[in-house]
Write a protein that binds this ligand. Structure first.
Ligand code: MN
Length: 215
């Protein structure tokens, strides 16, 4: 096959302890998967169950730098456990991610009943750590986010409304899951804005850490 022009590069992530790269297919995200975050966003646990949205694969950031996006003055950080699917769409590993969100544009979209792409799927909206391989689903462990050394988000993976296996099962009813798919599994309470010059440091016990500078 000969393309009319050079295709864009295959997006990939490093794998801890390996020279091989993880080739990314799709990036799915779960919304409202921690009760305390549901409440801080004005929702009601039970009435507002988790749901899915997506980001483009090339929104992933692996160089630890987040350029403050255009057309927003209220950009939030959401620390999240990221699940990586490998061959057979089986669990391949986990990573630490940030679901960066233009909260002002998201609020406008919600009010108008419009889709969320401009709020959630913008360029550089998905900083992520290298993948830690392992086929056992993470079911507990502290998840935290510091901004400039101050603790801003804290929770535990055990608090997720949909567990990792439940997310994979739910998502698989809606889409054909493929090797290379990533799933951002939702954020605990304590979301808030970032500013240029901020240093974000996310950690998940048993997975690792991710440091990102807002530039
Ligand atoms: Mn999120």
């Amino acid at each position: 096959m000969t393309f009319a022009f050079a295709p864009t590069e295959q997006v990939s992530l490093p794998i801890v302890g390996s020279e091989l790269r993880f080739p990314v297919h799709r990036v799915y995200c779960v919304g409202r998967n921690y009760a305390e975050h549901v409440k801080e966003m004005g929702g009601e646990v039970g009435r507002d169950p988790p749901f899915f949205f997506a980001k483009p694969a090339d929104a992933l950031v692996t160089d630890n730098r987040f350029p403050y996006p255009s057309l927003s003055t209220d950009v939030h950080r959401e620390v999240e456990l990221v699940v990586a699917l490998g061959p057979g769409a089986e669990l391949f590993g986990h990573a630490v991610g940030l679901d960066m969100t233009r909260r002002d544009l998201q609020a406008a979209a919600k009010k108008l009943g419009r889709p969320w792409e401009v709020a959630k799927g913008f360029d550089h909206s998905a900083p992520v750590s290298p993948i830690v391989p392992g086929n056992a689903a993470l079911s507990s462990g502290a998840i935290t986010l510091d901004v400039n050394g101050l603790l801003r988000q804290t929770g535990d993976i055990a608090e997720m409304i949909w567990s990792v296996p439940a997310i994979i099962a739910e998502l698989g009813r809606l889409f054909t899951l493929q090797p290379g798919d990533l799933i951002f599994t939702g954020t605990p309470a304590g979301v808030g804005p970032v500013a240029r010059g901020d240093r974000l440091h996310a950690e998940i016990a048993g997975v690792g850490a991710l440091t990102v500078d807002v530039i």
